[in-house]
Design a protein around this ligand. Structure first.
Ligand code: AHR
Length: 628
């Protein structure tokens, strides 16, 4: 029995707590003017745009608004910085003052705005939309593969001007933006070794009028031009107006964006004002869909969502031609039969691969998906044979981890003809037509290589030089190609680092040990760094270094990629120096993609997983909870 006084005390205490909660909610509501609980919404989203003069940005906001409209518990506030970075930073501050739960920001000037984004990211989730920031201080990036779009535009320029080639003016967006650099790199790579040449590059800052003015004054003096490559559609329209003024209608214009509005490039192509354009989906819809998952604290949020771009030379074919889009979703089954996924694993070469396989099998079970699992034992021929078997079995979806990047065109065409979507789990392919596959789920291998190199540069001591031995993964495989490329991109300009030997491995511990032992025989203690494309080879190299009488992690810096549990153990005892994470737990995302497909949802072209890095210190703490 509770005594009378005790009862009174409990009652008073309860009243006090209730009053305190009420007071807190009043304070919160007065601080956050738009967020009164009585108007019945849960989430407030802030959207910051650098300008709204680009039709592409208007389309982005429209998509956001439409998608938000589907959710009664969500509100959105838009800001427009009218092309001023200072104004955009102020806008973000204001949005934070309104108590937004999540910021969606699209940028023109990443240099000026990265610090603003980083500081917001400390407090709330941030989705960067369309054009990116430097570094990793954001929750999710939604955009396109700009290098790929640039490359496609370059290929189209080659096609348009033919074997005799021609002269090109490149109209770039705002200087310093990664989008500008990537689109330009892709374009230049594609026109290399051809008779096409870029005779002039200008910065139209993504704006129509500036581009028009710049072009008019330049073209007055330079008539010998065959094509203008404009990095967005506002600038493409500027180019068209400039050419009209100067009576130079014969000059081709290639744009990017593909917005379907009055002055959007779809309309411009259909009115023959542009020769062609490449869609750059604004991503507003996807940003809101992921915002909901982020705010609901769903697991497995990716770091990047890359949307598919299409070439448009005839807008009436948009989305309708099967050649323009990947295989459609498996048709919904009227029975209760589970979805069937054929999964052709590449092999069992590494600890990472074992974890990846387990993740796929477990996730299929959990999702109620029937998984036909097969192991290709490192043979591309066998992997092709398995895919053909899945086609015959009429599975709903085929998933596989391609051994190498090339050699898949034929079998993927067969899958597409059979109407079976293909999901690449963990490794990408390099085929002539990217609509032969539906989605890629995995890592950004090039970025992993860059991360390894950036850490190495930070460790370098003044006056020292660092000869490197690289242990490469399976020849022509996406991780080996990407990790090699990314690492070189970062160290190539720094004379402190030199590649002593780059050896062809196969991701196994055995080969890592053999290659390292042979390298030590040839180079001895000249070797200062080992950069291994995966943990297993690094662990093999550690044994070889010890056998040679040197101390791994002390006499030789060892950097590895994967960050499996065994690598974290080696890090924690100082035998490994640094590990870049490659996320093996891709099963749940694969099954989510399969389910999304079966519900008729369109998948993004690439879903890039979120990953980190481990030092000797951080590995000690991470080890206890590491799953693989
Ligand atoms: O494709 C991912 C790579 O394949 C892993 O990094 C490596 O360990 C594996 O075998």
């Amino acid at each position: 029995m509770i005594g009378r006084n005790a009862f009174r005390f409990i009652l008073l205490f309860a009243l006090f707590i209730a009053a305190a909660l009420l007071l807190r909610s009043c304070i919160l509501n007065s601080e956050n003017p738009g967020k009164e609980s009585d108007i019945g919404y849960k989430y407030l989203i802030g959207v910051s745009q650098p300008n709204l003069s680009e039709p592409w940005r208007v389309a982005m906001n429209e998509e956001i608004e439409q998608e938000v409209g589907k959710h009664g518990d969500m509100r959105v506030i838009f800001t427009d910085a009218a092309q001023s970075s200072d104004q955009q930073a102020q806008d973000v501050k204001k949005l934070m003052g309104y108590g937004i739960d999540l910021l969606i920001i699209s940028l023109d000037d990443p240099v000026a705005l990265t610090p603003t984004v980083s500081s917001v990211y400390k407090d709330i989730p941030v989705i960067v939309l369309g054009r990116g920031v430097a570094g990793y201080d954001y929750t999710l990036y939604v955009g396109t593969d700009d290098e790929m779009i640039g490359r496609k535009a370059g290929e189209f320029a080659r096609e348009t001007l033919g074997a005799s080639g021609g002269k090109i003016v490149e109209m770039q967006g705002l200087a310093g933006s990664p989008t500008v650099e990537e689109r330009s790199k892709g374009f230049r790579d594609a026109i290399q070794d051809s008779k096409l040449s870029i005779v002039q590059t200008m910065n139209g800052d993504w704006q129509r009028d500036l581009s028009e003015d710049l072009l008019v004054s330049w073209l007055k003096e330079n008539h010998d031009v065959d094509l203008i490559f404009a990095q967005n559609e506002a600038m493409a329209l500027g180019a068209y107006r400039a050419l009209q003024k100067l009576n130079m209608n014969h000059v081709n214009i290639i744009g990017i964006d593909g917005v379907n509005s009055e002055n959007g490039s779809l309309q411009l192509v259909s009115k023959n004002k542009l020769t062609g354009t490449f869609t750059s989906p604004p991503g507003g819809k996807e940003a809101i869909q992921y915002a909901i998952d982020i705010l609901n604290k769903e697991k497995g949020i990716p770091k990047k969502i890359i949307l598919r771009s299409q070439k448009i030379t005839d807008p009436s074919t948009l989305n309708s031609e099967s050649s323009n889009s990947p295989s459609p979703a498996p048709s919904p089954d009227q029975t209760d039969a589970p979805l069937v996924v054929g999964f052709a694993q590449v092999g069992m070469e590494s600890g990472w691969r074992i974890a990846h396989t387990k993740s796929v099998i477990d996730a299929a079970k959990e999702a109620g998906v029937e998984l036909l699992y097969e192991n290709a034992e490192q043979s591309q021929d066998k992997q092709i044979e398995l895919i053909r078997r899945f086609i015959k079995q009429k599975v709903d979806v085929i998933a596989f981890s391609p051994k190498t990047e090339t050699g898949w065109d034929e079998v993927l065409k067969e899958a597409k003809e059979a109407g079976i979507p293909v999901i690449l789990s963990d490794r990408e392919v390099n085929v002539s037509d990217d609509t032969l596959w539906t989605a890629y789920i995995g890592s950004d291998f090039r970025e992993e290589g860059r991360r390894a190199a950036r850490w190495l540069i930070q460790q370098a001591e003044e006056g020292e030089s660092y000869p490197i031995v690289e242990l490469q993964g399976t020849q022509h495989s996406a991780p080996a190609v990407g990790r090699k490329q990314g690492f070189r991109e970062v160290i190539q300009t720094d004379k402190t680092f030199m590649m002593l030997e780059s050896l062809q491995g196969d991701f196994t511990k055995k080969q890592g040990k053999e290659l390292m032992a042979a390298a030590l025989e040839r180079q001895g203690s000249k070797i200062k760094v080992v950069y291994s494309h995966n943990d297993d080879m690094a662990l093999g190299a550690i044994e070889a270094i010890e056998d040679f009488g040197l101390r791994p992690g002390k006499d030789i810096i060892i950097i590895s990629v994967d960050a499996t549990k065994s690598a974290l153990k080696a890090l924690s005892i100082g035998k490994l120096s640094f590990a870049v994470e490659c996320n093996a737990l891709l099963g749940p995302q694969l099954m989510k993609a399969v389910k999304d497909l079966s519900e008729g949802k369109e998948l993004p072209m690439k879903i890039i997983t979120s990953e980190g890095v481990f030092t000797q210190e951080s590995a000690k703490t991470a080890l206890a909870s590491r799953e693989y």
